[in-house]
Design a protein around this ligand. Structure first.
Ligand code: C6P
Length: 404
């Protein structure tokens, strides 16, 4: 069944590697690569600047992509969609622009312990700069978080709750809607890191009641170098620019500038229109498959890998004991084997997985491991690839010189 889609991905047909590092970046279908190239072949001019037809066309490609993203995540207005380079830049935009203007000494910023460094370091910066306190939502060993505890942690002092919808290590989905409700009751805003959720599940930012929602195109079958920040219009309107210069102004004098309307106020400099065109095509491709279909395929692959790993002695899976709570992500360790050796041996068998701290060091410390290996699956992977992965893991310890 997965092979029906696999043929759409040129790289997968050009490699004999089993690509199981999809959480780092996905592969792209030919339609995305073509859309990126088509921009340069047919529509290339600097968007939003010229009044000649080619520039108008480039602008249309760019702004149509914004409309596509708006509908894709259920935003109300296109002006609530800001194009960035990636999730990291989107979150930094919120931290520098909203955070530094709205947080003061004595306030609190609440993050979860499972945050990727991209949703942690910007908040450390805000707290250092303002004198606010950074607090942590803890998780259990299975990755679950306790809403009752969170209710006690979000107080009148809390100004920002920054949390990932899906952890890139645990794969577990957090109850964003419920946390947003608690945050809003106390007058805090919620910043959601959607880097690992958007590739796997339907997002509706209004249903979630997210104030800010960040994601990257490259994890979502789209190009590298294009990301999205969704922000509620009232919040974005009141925020100062993050970067300044060309393209984000209305008028400039010797002394100052009047900034452009949303969303252009936050898109300084020449934009990534080809990337936006690619993201537009990626969304079309996802809509063509449908998240239900994708989820069913990914659940099958994840369950096969999960239960296969469970049967191999000395393998320890991190997080929930239910493969359906892993969103295609399985992080694991093998007794006495360094995770870098795991990925090296698997690479020798032409299987690509990631090892290390996955840019989530505080989480790994909390879980009592310094690093792990991680296999991550997408709908275009196959049972055969999962079986190759399991075979390789099965023989790994003996190939490292262990007798059992
Ligand atoms: N995680 C991984 O292998 P960027 O690099 O800006 O596109 O995405 C950053 C990011 C933010 N949040 C989460 C939850 C993420 O997983 C990532 C990227 C990759 O897990 C690269 S470290």
């Amino acid at each position: 069944m997965a092979n029906k889609y696999r043929k759409d991905f040129p790289l997968l047909n050009n490699t004999d590697f089993a690509y199981l590092d999809n959480s780092a970046t996905s592969q792209r279908p030919a339609s995305v690569i073509a859309a990126d190239a088509a921009f340069y072949e047919h529509s290339n001019a600097n968007p939003l600047r010229g009044s000649y037809p080619l520039s108008v066309e480039a602008t249309a490609v760019y702004e149509n992509a914004r409309k596509k993203v708006k509908a894709f995540i259920g935003a109300k207005l296109s002006k609530e969609i800001v194009f960035t380079r990636n999730t990291t830049e989107s979150i930094n935009l919120v931290a520098y622009s909203y955070g530094l203007s709205n947080v003061k000494a004595g306030d609190e910023v609440l993050v979860s312990i499972m945050e990727h460094h991209s949703n942690l370091l910007p908040w450390q910066m805000v707290c250092r700069a303002t004198g606010a306190d950074l607090k942590f939502i803890e998780c259990d060993m299975d990755g679950s978080i306790d809403l009752d505890k969170i209710r006690g942690q979000i107080t009148d002092k809390t100004k920002i709750v920054a949390i990932t919808q899906v952890s890139n290590v645990l794969g577990r989905k957090n109850p964003i809607k419920e946390i947003a409700q608690i945050a809003h009751e106390k007058g805090a805003v919620i910043v959601v890191d959607g880097a690992q959720s958007t590739p796997h599940m339907k997002i509706d930012v209004r249903e979630l009641d997210a104030d800010f929602f960040a994601f990257s195109g490259h994890k979502l079958l789209g190009p590298m170098g294009i990301g999205v920040l969704y922000g509620r219009k009232e919040l974005l309107s009141a925020m100062p620019p993050f970067l300044s210069g060309g393209e984000m102004i209305e008028t400039v004098t010797r002394e100052g500038a009047k900034y452009a309307e949303l969303p252009h106020k936050f898109e300084a400099g020449t934009v990534n229109a080809a990337g936006a065109a690619g993201l537009d095509a990626a969304i079309d491709y996802i809509n063509y498959i449908g998240y239900d279909n994708m989820e069913a395929l990914e659940n099958e692959l994840t369950s096969r890998a999960f239960y296969g790993l469970k049967e191999i002695p000395h393998v320890n899976i991190i997080g929930s004991d239910n493969p359906l709570e892993h969103t295609g992500i399985i992080s694991f360790t093998i007794d006495d084997v360094h995770p870098h050796d795991i990925s090296e041996v698997l690479a020798a068998d032409k299987i690509a997985v990631r090892s290390g701290h996955h840019c989530a060091q505080p989480l790994l410390t909390h879980l009592g491991v310094s690093s792990s290996a991680r296999a991550s699956f997408m709908f275009y992977n196959t049972n055969e690839e999962v079986d190759r992965f399991l075979e390789s893991v099965k023989t790994l310890r003996s190939r490292m010189g262990f007798s059992n």
